[in-house]
Design a protein around this ligand. Structure first.
Ligand SMILES: CC(=O)SCCNC(=O)CCNC(=O)[C@H](O)C(C)(C)COP(=O)(O)OP(=O)(O)OC[C@H]1O[C@@H](n2cnc3c(N)ncnc32)[C@H](O)[C@@H]1OP(=O)(O)O
Ligand SMILES: O=C([O-])CC(=O)C(=O)O
Length: 380
């Protein structure tokens, strides 16, 4: 007898990777061997990109080199620029990003190469362009022009400037930067796995990233951060959190932002995001989202023993930073681009087609009959 499949591939080791590692029991996450608690708030997103895509924390010279490459790589190709507005008119943020990345492949300078050097250049361009695409999308759908990037601001600061139209405070920019570091990679999560499956056919990096964006969009994965805030908005007050949680659990519904396939204790990223949410609640003088989050966290743990995942406190943090709710998952993609591309590079460097087996549960020994003699449901 063939072994039964693990539903959802739970506990199946699907790839070897040196990019990141999780100890789910202890609630620990490592990027290339560095504990996330040692990186959060200490490295900026560009350093994190270097670590994930190029394998090491950069020296000053290496960081300057990558920063220059990222600045140059922000430039969108003519085909993408022409299509920002028509796509923004008809597609949701994540659909649009999938379309833009697909269009970007057509005019990528390394279009016809999958060499390690070309992959590194593509990875930098994709990472540099993702925040620009989100900002241009948001501007186009409102019929305005996004402000020009400010060379004084880093990736996170420019992103906030272009999304909100206002120059962020240094602390706001630092908080978003830390969020980008925290979300950048997470072993064999669904979108990264999708990217690796695509890359393993020897397809190109842009195709793999399109697969990943499609997977991240789903509400069981990156799409949960938007749903967390939609739940809070529908609840409205801290006093009404209990009723909604009880109703949802009684109806067998999931509470968005809770639970995780791998973590059996606190998600280490939630520790940092909770802290940032508390800080922003205080500095903005608007503690509603934070207090609702705290109440929901206590309740869901008491009722179901479930803890918040990375999407839970990210929702209130993004809201406090003035990011529109329907762009929350797009912000996640800005960060996870670093991880997706690092995994595609790793997959191509030591490739074998990813093609698992399946357990057949359908009919056997069916007999063909001519179409004139078929009556639905009676041939068996
Ligand atoms: C970046 C990220 O992708 S982080 C995850 C973001 N997704 C979410 O926040 C969506 C809500 N959470 C979930 O749906 C799940 O916890 C997942 C998808 C994250 C993990 O899924 P799985 O490992 O497949 O766990 P599964 O969905 O089988 O849940 C196991 C049990 O816990 C329950 N459970 C898990 N998460 C939740 C939740 N958020 N709310 C209520 N119950 C839950 C399930 O109903 C199930 O109960 P049962 O055994 O009585 O049927
Ligand atoms: O790892 C997972 O299953 C989900 C994910 O991407 C994350 O938690 O960052």
């Amino acid at each position: 007898m063939a072994p039964r499949p693990s539903k959802g591939l739970a506990d199946v080791v699907a790839a070897s990777t040196a990019v990141s590692d999780i100890d789910g029991q202890a609630g620990r996450l490592f990027y290339r061997g560095y504990d996330i608690h040692d990186l959060a708030g200490k490295i900026n997103f560009a350093e994190c990109v270097h670590l994930l895509q190029r394998g090491t924390l950069p020296t000053r010279g290496e960081l300057a080199g990558l920063t220059g490459e990222l600045a140059a790589g922000r430039e969108l190709t003519p085909l993408v620029r022409r299509n920002i507005e028509p796509v923004a008119r008809v597609q949701s943020p994540m659909e649009a990003l999938r379309s833009y990345v697909s269009l970007a492949s057509g005019e990528d300078p390394d279009k016809d190469s999958g060499s390690p050097e070309a992959n590194l250049r593509k990875a930098a361009r994709l990472t540099a362009q993702q925040p620009v695409l989100v900002a241009r999308y948001h501007a186009a759908r409102r019929g305005v022009t996004a402000p020009d990037p400010d060379p004084e601001l880093g990736i996170a600061g420019n992103f906030l400037l272009q999304i909100t139209g206002e120059r962020p405070s240094p602390r706001q920019a630092d908080i978003l930067d830390e969020c980008l570091v925290l979300h950048a990679d997470h072993t064999m999560n669904a979108s990264t796995f999708a990217a690796r499956v695509c890359a393993a056919t020897l397809s190109d990096m842009h195709s793999a990233v399109c697969a990943a964006i499609g997977a991240l969009k789903g509400t069981l994965h990156g799409g949960a951060n938007e749903q967390v805030m939609r739940t809070f908005q529908a609840i409205g007050t801290v006093a009404d959190v209990d009723r909604t949680v009880h109703e949802k659990l009684a109806a067998g519904e999931k509470i968005m932002g809770f639970g995780h396939r791998v973590y059996k204790s606190e998600d280490p990223r939630a520790t940092h995001l909770r802290r940032m949410s508390a800080e922003l609640a205080e500095t903005t003088g608007d503690d509603l989202w934070y207090r609702m989050s705290r109440r929901m966290e206590d309740l869901v743990f008491a009722e179901k023993g479930l803890r918040p995942n990375v999407d839970f406190y990210a929702a209130s943090v993004y809201r406090y930073l003035g990011i529109p709710v329907d762009l929350f998952t797009a912000v996640f993609s800005v960060s996870r681009m670093a991880g997706w591309t690092a995994h595609v590079i790793e997959q191509h460097a030591d490739n074998r087609l990813i093609r698992p087996d399946s357990e057949y549960i359908g009919d056997h020994d069916m007999k063909w009959v001519p179409i004139s003699e078929r009556t639905q449901g009676t041939e068996r």
